[in-house]
Design a protein around this ligand. Structure first.
Ligand SMILES: *Cc1c(COP(=O)(O)O)cnc(C)c1O
Length: 470
């Protein structure tokens, strides 16, 4: 299978050629050159009884043909284990009541769903780098979940170093402890005197220095990485099979959304033929995406307009993976995508109303809604009172919106994107009690820490990277 850019300006490339890259050379995102493989009813029937690793192989092997399938299988088997994900089920489905269930995607090492893809990415990177005799130095900025998931995926991996910038003193105590307690020599935590945007600006500045980037083999692991998307497609299948008895049934999924990576994977699953009825997109107060699906207007926000909320991993100003959906909406027309994104560059928005694209939006099963802090607190309380389960703030956004779209006879599966232990303060605000911590996470705040504080200076970060790359 070959991959091309959503903006039409890239020569077709194989999976391992795009694996370690960020944006396509023309600024677009990589997608399969000839659309998504379609599964037959017989394929679906065969998949129903597979375990998680088998399911992952059945799906990923349809998109990856330049890693020998024996190797791919071994990498997948080493990733999706009970030891790493807390149970043999990997993504357990918990029914709250008939027709309403939670799909647990947050039982990996960092207690958020990003582990589901990032753990596989760590193994894929190590394999491909070793094969090509290459090294990669991952430079990233984080305000929490992404950075920790990347570090826990890459720790101890040969050929990879991680330099992760975070705003000094501004991550939650749990997230700080999780990241800074890592003692692996290939992981570097740089605590920057500044805010998240300063960290991100530094990463951009370093990446824009082509000489430095090439010389020190700088790469990224952001949410537009195609392998991350692929790994996320798998749990939609897992959730569907767990929630149904036969392949004539349909299911709706509710997805707490930020960068549109998670729910785009649901779109891919649906395009492959998984009987998904609705993809319920849930945002918090930063409702860029909800606005689009309600009105047809996609308007990115400025930094000042982006609110800090109690579901912080969804606090986004634009949704990077959204471009892949728009590519499908245009009938896979790179020229139109390029025009739309140049409108964003010039005017900060595009409006599909009155265009031939607008009627298509409804065909893909998306519906949407947003919730506020008050809604989240109310949902956390209601779910705890009714079902005795404590959900985190992001999952609460998903549940809040899911309730508006339930339909008789169609199970609603809400994706649990983090465990409540990560967001203690809001749980205490809602319930007056501390959420439980999974075994192994007690007292992580007291572990020894390894991090470097430095000013928000591009030169200082470059000097640090240069000094630690041999
Ligand atoms: C990253 C994240 C999200 C948003 O996922 P996207 O793929 O960016 O839409 C939601 N919840 C949690 C807990 C996350 O870490």
């Amino acid at each position: 299978m070959n991959y091309v850019s959503t903006r039409g300006g890239m020569r077709p490339a194989r999976f391992t050629e795009i694996l370690l890259e960020g944006l396509a050379p023309d600024g677009g995102l990589t997608v399969p050159a000839h659309g998504y493989p379609r599964l037959s009813p017989a394929d679906l029937s065969a998949m129903r009884d597979m375990n998680y690793a088998e399911l992952a192989f059945a799906i990923l092997s349809r998109y990856i043909d330049d890693i020998p399938h024996g190797d791919l299988k071994r990498l997948i088997d080493a990733t999706y284990t009970g030891r790493i994900f807390g149970s043999e089920d990997i993504a357990p489905l918990a029914e709250l009541e008939p027709g309403l269930a939670i799909l647990g995607l947050s039982n990996g090492p960092t207690l958020a769903f990003k582990d589901m893809a990032m753990q596989l990415l760590g193994n894929l990177f190590e394999h491909v780098l070793a094969r090509e005799g290459r090294e990669l130095n991952i430079l990233g900025a984080t305000s929490g979940d992404t950075g920790s998931a990347a570090e826990y995926a890459m720790r101890g991996k040969k050929g990879v170093r991680v330099f992760m910038l975070s705003p000094h003193g501004r991550m939650s105590p749990f997230q700080t402890a999780q990241m800074f307690s890592l003692q692996d020599p290939n992981i570097f935590n740089l605590a920057i005197d500044g805010v998240f945007d300063d960290c991100q600006d530094i990463v951009k500045a370093v990446s824009n220095d082509a000489d430095f980037k090439a010389r020190y083999r700088i790469g990224a692991v952001n949410s537009i990485n195609w392998a991350r998307v692929l790994a996320q497609v798998v749990y939609y299948f897992k959730g569907y099979f767990a929630a149904t008895r036969g392949n004539d049934e349909t299911v709706s999924f509710a997805v707490p959304s930020g960068n549109f990576g998670n729910i785009y994977a649901g779109h891919v699953a649906r395009m492959m033929g998984l009987p998904i009825r609705r993809l319920v997109l849930a945002t918090n107060e930063n409702n860029v995406l909800d606005e689009f699906f309600r009105t047809g207007v996609y308007r990115v926000r400025s930094g000042d307009e982006t609110r800090q909320t109690s579901s912080p991993s969804m606090d986004i100003s634009k949704a990077s993976n959204f471009e892949r959906f728009i590519f499908d909406l245009t009938g896979r027309d790179g020229a139109t995508v390029r025009e739309l994104w140049s409108a964003i560059d010039q005017h900060g928005r595009f409006d599909l109303n009155g265009t031939a694209l607008m009627p298509g939006v409804a065909q893909y099963g998306f519906v949407s809604g947003y919730s506020t802090h008050v809604d989240r607190i109310a949902t956390i309380r209601a779910i705890h009172a009714k079902y005795g389960r404590i959900v985190d703030t992001h999952t609460a956004d998903g549940l809040t919106v899911a309730m508006r779209y339930r339909e008789p006879g169609i199970p609603m599966v809400v994706l649990e994107t983090a465990l409540p232990a990560k967001f203690e303060d809001t749980i205490i605000e809602a319930l007056g009690i501390k959420p439980p911590r999974p075994p192994g996470f007690e007292g992580i705040e007291n572990l020894p820490r390894r991090f470097e504080v430095m000013p928000a200076s591009v030169e200082r970060v470059k000097a640090f990277v240069a000094g630690h790359v041999r």
